[in-house]
Design a protein around this ligand. Structure first.
Ligand code: MN
Length: 424
């Protein structure tokens, strides 16, 4: 469903006086407000095609109706998010859950909604009904060459779909690994996986990137063949300049210092992009910024510092994607909250007084360094994020408008209650 300008204007007009008051107060104390607003307006976060329906756990799934029944309806949902926040202008597709039947038509529909195609995601962690060989014991690491060939061919197929849509990157996440000691020869599994990745890399167009995503555990519970950033960096270094490491915030062992990982990958020119989510225990796929907002800020602080040190463009030189699951909340509301959390952390990171922090570090003034970071983190930047959104034509309060417009109710009446989005 579409929101027209009149509905957004009416909503905004009612909130503008209070927004002005808050924005003027925040902006008065900040140098370079215009620069910050420009950065925020340019920043776009890709929404994954698998996050628009209700997720679930292995214990159950409790859908709330109105889920998209097709790729076209998924694009419409992301178009609605982007209409509300002007920061969700991309979609990250999963194959085979969302195979475009008519690439030209799908691309045209996305363009109509102001959406670009971010990274394509392959899937060799499940068996599909028509598939010749099983991935039960892995895909690219598999001892049987026929399985490896099938997994390579699938990834090449995903690249072809992406070319048709104007995507420029492939994300490979492998569930390969082992669940019991002795099951796998680690070195040989690594070698076979590298060979497979090399074959896929050969099929990448010149202007494409390949993201190798790592994960510490699950679904395998003893070893994972791309288990951490070191292993991913080993693969991507051996593959070549188009290969990068992808950081999914939920894929680390507890208490990992993700901001340090990010800093060093950036330093090496090997950070490709992000899957944003939040977690308390494992790969919980919760709303971004809902559990550890300070960590999210520290990650963005390293990103801004590291990207500026290399003269990179924040908005476009890395892949920014959400990878989350919405088990009890309305997925669209959850995604609005996630994008907002990302924008807030990014805005806070832009506020950090870099020269002062550098001086404090050089003087070993630990207390002052902490003061500088927390001065930025404890600034209420929501009026800045709202101002950037309003300038771009979005809603002052995206969730407020989504609710007052009764979007979910309308989606249920259009699409029905019992349909399940593909991949869930
Ligand atoms: Mn991920």
């Amino acid at each position: 469903m579409k929101l027209d300008n009149a509905a957004i204007n009416e909503h905004n007009n009612a909130l503008l006086p209070e927004h002005r008051r808050q924005f003027d107060y925040t902006a008065a104390g900040l140098p370079q407000v215009e620069r910050i607003l420009q950065h925020l307006e340019a920043f776009q976060v890709a929404i994954p095609s698998w996050a628009l329906g209700t997720g679930g756990t292995r214990f159950g799934r409790f859908p709330q109706g109105g889920e998209p029944r097709s790729l076209e309806e998924k694009i419409e949902d992301i178009g609605l998010l982007h209409r509300l926040n002007r920061s969700s202008g991309a979609i990250s597709l999963h194959i085979p859950w969302d195979i475009p039947k008519d690439a030209q038509a799908v691309k045209a529909l996305a363009t109509e909604h102001g959406l670009a195609f971010d990274a394509m995601n392959s899937n060799t962690f499940q068996d599909q009904p028509d598939q010749a060989h099983s991935y039960k014991f892995g895909s690219l690491q598999h001892v049987d060459q026929a399985v490896r060939k099938q997994a390579i061919a699938h990834n090449i197929d995903v690249i072809k779909h992406g070319i048709g849509l104007g995507s420029k990157s492939l994300t490979v996440w492998l569930s390969d690994g082992s669940s019991h000691p002795g099951q796998l020869n680690f070195r040989k599994a690594f070698g076979r996986t590298l060979e497979g990745l090399q074959a896929i890399y050969q099929a990448l167009p010149e202007d494409w990137k390949m993201f190798v995503e790592y994960k510490a555990f699950e679904p395998n519970f003893y070893s994972t063949t791309v288990g951490d950033w070191g292993q991913s960096l080993l693969y991507t270094s051996k593959l070549g300049p188009k290969a990068y490491t992808l950081v999914d915030l939920g894929h680390h062992l507890p208490n990992a210092n993700i901001e340090q990982i990010v800093s060093l990958l950036l330093m090496e020119g090997k950070l490709g992009g992000f899957h944003f989510n939040d977690s308390k225990y494992g790969d919980d796929d919760l709303t971004v910024g809902s559990i550890k907002p300070y960590q999210l800020f520290l990650i963005f602080s390293e990103l801004v510092e590291g990207m500026d040190a290399k003269g990179m463009t924040h908005a476009t030189d890395l892949g920014w994607m959400i990878d989350a699951s919405h088990n009890v909340k309305d997925p669209l509301e959850d995604l609005l909250q996630s994008v907002e959390a990302i924008m807030i952390a990014y805005a806070q990171a832009l506020l950090v007084d870099r020269p002062a922090l550098e001086a404090a570090q050089a003087a070993n003034d630990v207390a002052q360094a902490q003061e500088i970071l927390q001065q930025a983190y404890r600034t209420d930047v929501r009026p800045l994020v709202r101002e950037a959104r309003l300038k771009a034509g979005g809603a002052a309060n995206p969730i407020g408008l989504y609710r007052s417009h009764e979007v979910r109710k309308k989606l249920i009446s259009q699409r029905g209650y019992n349909n399940t989005a593909t991949g869930l």
